[in-house]
Ligand binder design. Structure first.
Ligand SMILES: Nc1nc2c(ncn2[C@@H]2O[C@H](COP(=O)(O)OP(=O)(O)OP(=O)(O)O)[C@@H](O)[C@H]2O)c(=O)[nH]1
Ligand SMILES: [Mg+2]
Length: 220
């Protein structure tokens, strides 16, 4: 019984801070992505590609969640956009309080698109809102067909699903029909893009969709 109460109160505390973060991000009309995936699905690589394609038109900043290192933040910094590193000290997800501290280190007047790369983990991050307009789940074709059914919450809560490493599908037994069926069974409204960062597939379409979302929010 007490364990249930602890979990409830942690989530409630997160919701309260999240509402304040969200209010500020909405006032500034910043469109926010919360990008989640298993370790190594390609989150940072997709971010690098998005930044390259959109930075001439849209002011982008990134919050990088990582258990211990700054490796991904350095990759993003090399693209020339503001980035704040959050090291969770081994914790498996970002929470609203961490995002609040990161926001204090960003000039919100100079951001139109804020991308949060969550810690590589496809279970816990889905529980914690971080001020996002949309949750994004990235999964790669090398992770097996049944990942959506094994980690349903991330897919249920994600408005956008990116199936990455589509270039590798031919080397796997990944069942594309079954993947679409499982995602749609969990979340029939999810928009799905197939991408390859090595072959530059699907990224232009993804960026065009994203650009529209950023514009919609600015014209609210
Ligand atoms: N073949 C192929 N490799 C890719 C693709 N996208 C990313 N990779 C590779 O996959 C590996 C992991 O990519 P990252 O972008 O670091 O993955 P991540 O999800 O950010 O990883 P964590 O932050 O550690 O969870 C790297 O070696 C990338 O070069 C792709 O579309 N195709
Ligand atoms: Mg990464």
């Amino acid at each position: 019984m007490s364990a249930i109460k602890v979990v409830t109160s942690i989530l409630k505390a997160n919701d309260e801070i999240n509402s304040l973060n969200k209010k500020m991000l909405d006032e500034k009309k910043i469109y926010v992505l919360n990008v989640m995936s298993s370790p190594g699905s390609g989150k940072t690589t997709i971010l690098e590609k998005i930044i390259s394609k959109l930075q001439a038109d849209i002011k982008i900043a990134v919050i990088e969640g990582d258990p211990y290192t700054s490796i991904d933040a350095q990759r993003i910094e090399a693209k020339g956009v503001p980035v704040v590193q959050i090291n969770t000290g081994g914790a498996c997800h970002l929470d609203a309080n961490m995002i609040k501290n990161a926001m204090d280190n960003l000039n919100l007047n100079e951001i139109e698109l804020l991308i949060v790369e969550n810690v590589g983990n496809l279970v816990c991050p889905a529980e914690f809102d971080v001020g996002e307009d949309i949750k994004v789940t990235v999964m790669s074709t090398t992770e097996g067909t049944y990942k959506p059914l094994k980690c349903p919450l991330a897919f249920e809560k994600s408005g956008l699903v990116i199936l990455n490493k589509i270039d590798l599908v031919k080397y796997t037994n990944f069942d594309m029909d079954e993947f679409y069926k499982s995602v749609k069974s969990l979340n029939e409204k999810a928009i799905i893009f197939e991408t390859s960062c090595t072959q530059d597939l699907g990224l232009a379409e993804l960026c065009s969709w994203l650009k529209n979302k950023v514009r919609e929010k600015r014209n609210d």
